[in-house]
Design a protein. Structure first.
Length: 134
């Protein structure tokens, strides 16, 4: 019998209210990332693909894939001026939400990652080193 993969539990940390600009940005990004992952916690890969309310095209897996591409665009393509394709929607036609039939939510089966674990979000000139992206 094979064990069914489920999204792991997530602890969400409230961001501090008095932080420097960079710290606040990173804290709020983490908070919102954790909020989305909290919604996915405990669900199987199949449940993550389900459309919430037909005929809506929205699913949690589609939303996670979309947010991966949004962060890639803002931090790696726009801010870092890196030429990268969109992993789930290379033609920018909404396939990050749509093409879920072959998608696998289990991270060990991912053929595409949003960025390597060692990649960093670039810092503005004259500031400290960037933070690790997800």
């Amino acid at each position: 019998m094979t064990e069914t993969w489920t999204a792991p539990p997530v602890e969400r940390t409230d961001p501090g209210l008095i932080l420097g600009e960079r710290q606040a940005l990173e804290a709020w990004l983490d908070f919102h990332r954790e909020t989305l992952l909290l919604k996915c916690a405990g669900l199987t890969a199949g449940q993550l693909k389900e459309r919430a309310v037909p005929p809506s095209r929205l699913s949690l897996l589609g939303l996670v894939r979309h947010m991966t591409e949004v962060e890639r665009w803002w931090f790696r393509m726009h801010a870092a001026d890196t030429d990268l394709p969109f992993p789930y929607d290379p033609d920018q036609t909404g396939q990050d939400f749509e093409a879920l039939h072959d998608a696998d939510a289990w991270p060990g089966n991912s053929s595409t990652t949003s960025c390597p674990a060692t990649a960093t979000i670039p810092s503005a000139p004259g500031t400290s080193a960037g933070s690790t992206c997800t």
